[in-house]
Design a protein around this ligand. Sequence first.
Ligand code: ADP
Ligand code: MG
Length: 233
Amino acid sequence: PPSSPILASPPDAPPGSPPPATPGLPFDGLPLSPAMLDTLRQLDYRAMTPIQAASLPLALAGHDLIAQAKTGSGKTAAFALPLLARLDVRKLAVQAMVLCPTRELADQVTQEIRRLARFEANIKVLALCGGTPMRPQRDSLEHGAHVVVGTPGRIMDHLERGSLVLEALNTLVLDEADRMLDMGFHDDIAFVASRCPSERQTLLFSATYPEGIARLAARFLREPQEVKLLEQH
Ligand code: ADP
Ligand code: MG
């Protein structure tokens, strides 16, 4: 069954006609700045993907979110745009953090957030992953960052050493949460979340919805809205 209104046939279509090939909802209707909308046009993001159309209005309104959609559906922008929209670039402090299961995924998310952040020259997005030396990461953190993206273990390491401070954090994202649980990161996530201000938005993204995700959400999200897109062919 269609889980998002934009996947239904348009109202004036004859009964039984298939849903439109491209959902086609523009980003313009969202509460995003003209500069951000301009960046999206430059990146050739013409229309929202279904998961973006379903989650962006809720996330931009400040709701916590459990969003489930398959790989390649555009989940990164669904959390990156809300966290960037809320960011105060004049305040050089970590205001948003994204946890990812692997270094490769964290690097991809970092690149995508940097692309989407082009509307403003001075937004600093830092990747903090294991498998690379601590020292350069600590130096970068000392110089300041607005957004950090990393793996739970390394983020925890920085928190324990005091090189990462989350006092100014307003958005926590758990990306590929199902894979993070599979990889045994539950306790690390719990530790990291315990160091985040309780007054924050938490966005959980996952390709699947196993029992562990519901438990994780119950523990770290506040009255979350659920957005699930079933496989579309
Ligand atoms: P997921 O995290 O769901 O696997 P990604 O966020 O990595 O998916 O997005 C997959 C690809 O689609 C990326 O290359 C991204 O730049 C592109 N993309 C995302 N949203 C849009 C959009 N609205 N229009 C065009 N390309 C998009
Ligand atoms: Mg992703």
